[in-house]
Structure formats: structure tokens, C-alpha cells
Design a protein around this ligand. Structure first.
Ligand SMILES: [Zn+2]
Ligand SMILES: [Zn+2]
Length: 409
């Protein structure tokens, strides 16, 4: 029997992205299995529990069991399985002669179980074209890896030879050189199936990766470095470090058109454009900040902002408006708006700091009004800027809106 908890996996997959879904599926199914064994024992006795426990195979949520009991018992077992959790619905597939499980077709042949490779009906077998722009070592390894997979999965020699012939044909169609195909197949056949089935534990060695960006037009330096590594390995001063290391070739993918043309991150700030007070209890700028999405100049000109700002925003252009006469001043800062306004307020308050004409104007023009000016940030730089860049933008806004208080001197 082959069971598949598809509904569950799809739900998990959508909810959490495909990366963590397998972990959750394994955890959940593992937990439910314990519950399952208990229920089976309560309903069918301890002998049946042992049978299920020993025959039940699972990869993530794909389950497999060779059923040696009656069809009625199978139906009862299937019902128990589907009553475990309302969110988890299993589908069952059963056949007396052959049944796929993952990428393996399990079959009965002369009273024995044999395995063949299983391809889903949707598998187009469009292997990487040999003349594609991928790193050569990847393409060169494909025949061996595909052949090794067949040698691992297929238990019957005759079936294996048929499948390897099919592979030869497929790879030829994808422009792989005949010699490379034969070499790959021979290498895979050379290995004994039992050793292929065993998990190979590689000796842990310290690795030094040589990372370069893949480009078939670039000169390959790895071989040059590798050839010259003995210079370091044999050097009396360096050999302690380098003799224990293994140099490996690593390729960084060059940016694809998709990567060049699209951004992975959305700029959320642009979606909620507007100015908001920070509401920090000790913020001296909040009372001076205008909370709108568009700014209307005294002459009626409107300016709609596309960024979001608070008192803590930095690297920006702002407009100050005198509360007495309603005239404007445009300024820039690389610092936070809050800090810049603190300086402005201090200059307005204390005559000895009045190094700008605007502070002197506001002090007298809006003497008994609170707040004596308001501020509105209009433009945000998203990248690091120099003072000069900000000044250029500031000049642009000044020439555009001609604020009177900038003209004072
Ligand atoms: Zn504030
Ligand atoms: Zn004024």
C-alpha cells in the first residue's frame, strides 16, 4: 500500500514555504505514528501493532507498507489512519503486483520483490543540455550521477541494462559526448550496489574553497592555484597550515537577468508614504512636525511625498514654515530630523547661535506663537549621501519652490 498525506503537505507548504515544511511533516507524522501504534494495539492487538511498526516505511509524508493481512483489515487500518487528525487526509493506492514509492517502482517478480526506477507521468527528462552555459564539471558529472541513481534503485540486472540504454539515448539527445556517457555509466556500474546504498561518510578535512563567479568566458584559475599549492604545502614555514587543508573549487552563480531586473525586497516604506510623529515622550521635534501626506506651499503649490518619515528619519530634505508669516525655508541634513530641528530651535532661542538668517527671522516674526515654526520632510535619500549630493538636491528644491526665507541674508 502506498499512502500519501498530500493535503497536509500542501497546507504546510503554502503556510510556511517549502523549506521548513518537510521538518514539520516529519515531526508531525512521527508524533502521529506513536498515536497510530497505540490505536492499532487497542483495536487489533499487540501482534498487529508489531506488524505495522515493522512494515511501515515513510519518507516525510509518503508512506509505504507491504500488507500481508486481509482486505477488510486494510480498510480498518486506513480508517484509523484517517481519523488521527482532521487536518491530515491520506490517500491510499494499492496493487497486488506493483506500486510506486517515491522514485522507486516496487514489483513482485517470481515470488521476489524487485525494484525499478519510477518516473512520474509529468517527468519530461529534460536534462541539462550539454552545450548550455553551466560549469563544465557539473555537466560532466551528470551522466555518472544519473547512471549511479539507476544502479542504486534498480535491483534486477536485466531491467538495469534496459534503463541504462534509455539513459544513453536521452543523454545523446541532450548533446552529451558518447565517450562521457560511457565513462559515466561504466563508473557507476563498477560500484557494487550494496556499497552504493550505504551512506558514505567522507573523511572530515579542512577545506579551503576557491570561490569565483561562473562565466564560461573567464580564464579558469583553479587549476593554476591547485598546481602551485605544493609550494605552500612544502614550504617549511607554511606547511603546518596548508598540508592539512584541501582546496576545493566553488562557483558563485553570476547574476541572472531576473536578479538584475527585479528586487527581492519590497520597499514597504513607499507603500505607507506620509509623515508621523515619533511620540517619544522627550522628543522636542514632535510638536513642530506636520503630519500630512502632501505639503502645500504658501503660493498654493502642492508637493506629494512618496516616502515615510518620522522625527527619527535621516538623510533628507525638509521645509520649515514660519508660524508668523507662513513663508518657507528649505534645508537638508544627513543627520536625523530630530537632531537637526534641535539645532534650529537652539539657534532661534539663543541669539549667540543665530548664524542663519532664518533663525533670526522666526524669532522675531513668530515671537509669541507656539510652535513658532513647523517642519515637513519632503525628500528622503535611500542611499548613503555626501553633503554635496544633498546640497545639490536642496538647491534643486529651492529653485523649484523659491522659498523666501532661503533668500534672506
Ligand atoms: Zn518626535
Ligand atoms: Zn515669518
Amino acid at each position: 500500500m502506498n499512502f500519501d498525506g498530500t493535503t497536509y503537505r500542501q497546507k504546510l507548504g503554502t503556510a510556511m514555504g517549502t523549506k521548513v515544511a518537510p521538518t514539520y511533516a516529519t515531526l508531525t507524522l512521527g508524533y502521529l505514528e506513536e498515536k497510530l501504534y497505540k490505536t492499532v494495539e487497542e483495536n487489533f492487538g499487540v501482534e498487529c501493532k508489531h506488524f505495522i511498526r515493522n512494515s511501515w516505511k515513510r519518507y516525510l509524508d509518503d508512506c509505504f507498507i507491504i500488507w500481508t493481512k486481509s482486505t477488510d483489515e486494510l480498510q480498518s487500518f486506513y480508517d484509523i489512519l484517517n481519523s488521527m487528525n482532521p487536518n491530515l487526509k491520506f490517500t491510499m493506492e494499492s496493487d497486488e503486483n506493483k506500486l510506486p514509492f517515491l522514485d522507486v517502482m516496487v514489483m513482485k517478480k517470481e515470488g521476489k520483490i524487485v525494484t525499478d526506477v519510477y518516473y512520474k507521468a509529468t517527468d519530461t527528462k529534460q536534462y541539462l543540455l550539454y552545450d548550455s552555459c553551466h560549469p563544465k564539471h557539473i555537466k560532466n558529472n551528470i551522466p555518472y550521477n544519473l547512471a549511479r541513481r539507476l544502479c542504486t534503485i534498480i535491483s534486477d540486472k536485466d531491467i538495469l541494462n534496459v534503463r541504462l540504454d534509455e539513459l544513453r539515448e536521452l543523454l545523446k539527445q541532450r548533446h552529451y559526448p558518447t565517450l562521457l556517457i560511457e565513462k559515466g555509466i561504466d563508473n557507476a556500474k563498477l560500484r557494487d550496489r550494496n556499497s552504493l546504498l550505504q551512506i558514505q561518510e567522507k573523511p572530515v578535512k579542512n577545506l579551503i574553497p576557491y570561490v569565483s563567479t561562473h562565466n564560461p568566458k573567464n580564464q579558469e584559475f583553479f587549476q593554476v592555484i591547485k598546481t602551485n599549492m605544493p609550494i605552500l604545502e612544502n614550504d617549511p614555514r607554511m606547511k603546518d597550515v596548508f598540508s592539512e587543508f584541501q582546496l576545493i573549487k566553488s562557483k558563485r552563480q553570476s547574476p541572472s537577468l531576473k536578479k538584475i531586473l527585479t528586487r527581492a525586497k519590497f520597499n514597504n516604506t513607499e507603500e505607507t508614504a506620509g509623515v508621523k510623529k515619533c511620540h517619544h515622550p522627550r522628543c522636542g521635534t514632535c510638536p513642530f512636525l506636520q503630519e500630512t501626506e502632501q505639503f502645500i506651499f504658501k503660493n498654493g503649490r502642492k508637493f506629494v511625498i512618496h516616502s515615510s518619515f518620522t522625527c527619527e528619519s535621516s538623510n533628507l530634505i525638509y521645509v520649515m514654515t514660519c508660524s508668523g508669516c507662513g513663508e518657507h525655508y528649505i534645508g537638508q541634513t544627513g543627520d536625523t530630523l530630530r537632531h537637526r530641528m534641535t539645532v534650529h530651535r537652539q539657534q532661534i532661542r539663543q541669539t549667540e547661535y543665530q548664524c542663519t538668517a532664518v533663525s533670526g527671522h522666526i524669532k522675531t516674526c513668530a515671537e509669541n506663537i507656539f510652535p513658532n515654526f513647523t517642519v515637513f520632510p519632503i525628500y528622503k535619500f535611500y542611499n548613503k549621501t555626501s553633503e554635496k549630493e544633498r546640497e545639490t538636491k536642496e538647491k534643486h528644491f529651492i529653485s523649484l519652490f523659491k522659498p523666501k526665507l532661503n533668500a534672506l541674508s
